[in-house]
Ligand binder design. Sequence first.
Ligand SMILES: *Cc1c(COP(=O)(O)O)cnc(C)c1O
Length: 414
Amino acid sequence: MSNADIIGLTTQFLTPNYARFPLAFSKGKGARLWDFEGREYLDFGGGIAVTSLGHAHPRITAALAQQAQTLTHTSNLYHTESAGRLAQTLVGLLGNGKCFFCNSGAEANEALYKLARKWGHDSGRYEIISTHNSFHGRTLAGIAATGQEKVKKGFEPAVEGFRQVPFNDLAALEKAISEKTAAILIEAIQGEIGIIPASPEYLLGLRKLCTERNLLLMIDAIQCGVFRTGKFLSYERILENTKSHGFLPDAVSMAKGIANGFPIGAAWIRQPFADVLSAGSHGTTFGGTPLACSAALATLEIIREEKLDANAHLQGDYLKKQILGLRSPHVREVRGFGLMLGVELQPDIPALKVEGKSPAALFASRLHELGLLTIPSGNPVMRLLPPLNVTRAECDEAVEKLSRGLSQLSQLQH
Ligand SMILES: *Cc1c(COP(=O)(O)O)cnc(C)c1O
């Protein structure tokens, strides 16, 4: 089949809810993808921060094959070895608590909403305060928690009990707390809107506020977690130069990068809240299957053995420095930590002005022609989310392609 055949097939038979680029891939290896006609792409999008170890990693393939040959699924009526071991690993990375496994990010957040509601129930509290420009997934509760009008539009009435306030504004949050408030939900780095990190003062202030007002502090680490920033969770990276040892939220949702592309979501819940979701109160058929948990265990093991947290830190710093070194007049700012970087373009670049199209998507298309995949954001920000084992040579290659794409913007003024 050709690229056009695939695109024709999906356009005819899949619902049109995604604005897909006209690209289709037949195989991948490490940080590279190939389309159906053999054209090579350097993948600095990582399937939106999912393929932490790159494509077709031999040890992940082996872990999946080995588990598939042994046992794929039994259900949550029974105990599962790999789920127990994965939860133990996550508790070791996060702190004293317990885990719930599901199949996606939106579902991991759903577990947090239900935790907050069940916990607040007896005192009549159910409200969750989140922030403007956040993203928490596409379920009905997810879009109610998300601070972007465009994801809510057309799906009213909204699920009750969610409210948004400006991000990085502790006073606004404090003011919004009512006698109905049970929890605060934030991303430590807002991803979808274009890589906006929380400030250390905001994180520390929220922790103090939640403790004082008896609220759960819940962190959506779906995009910025799992070592992407050089630390297991991005708040550790944000707080690393402060004296705030022991900062710990009450619940954390994870998904995307945790199993290198095999679907799994996870909620970690701190003690003393870890038993709030009691027997019969929540569940999912597929959550924590042997197959998903084996893929996640292998992913975390490889990251640890190969010290890919340190690599993410190192290559991320290098990548940021090299992009800034281009001194492109079209780049307004380079933000982020480790391998979660946002390259913000200047507003109103004439070459990126097309009726009905976002500048970020237009620039991403230009980069596709140069063989580089990036992830456009809501704002004119290109997200770079390469695998955690990316090499310096691959970073150089990406910067060279980015540099060519940026130069083209000057030649193409119209
Ligand atoms: C991707 C994402 C989600 C939703 O995850 P899905 O697996 O798509 O349901 C939620 N929160 C954040 C921060 C995300 O980046």
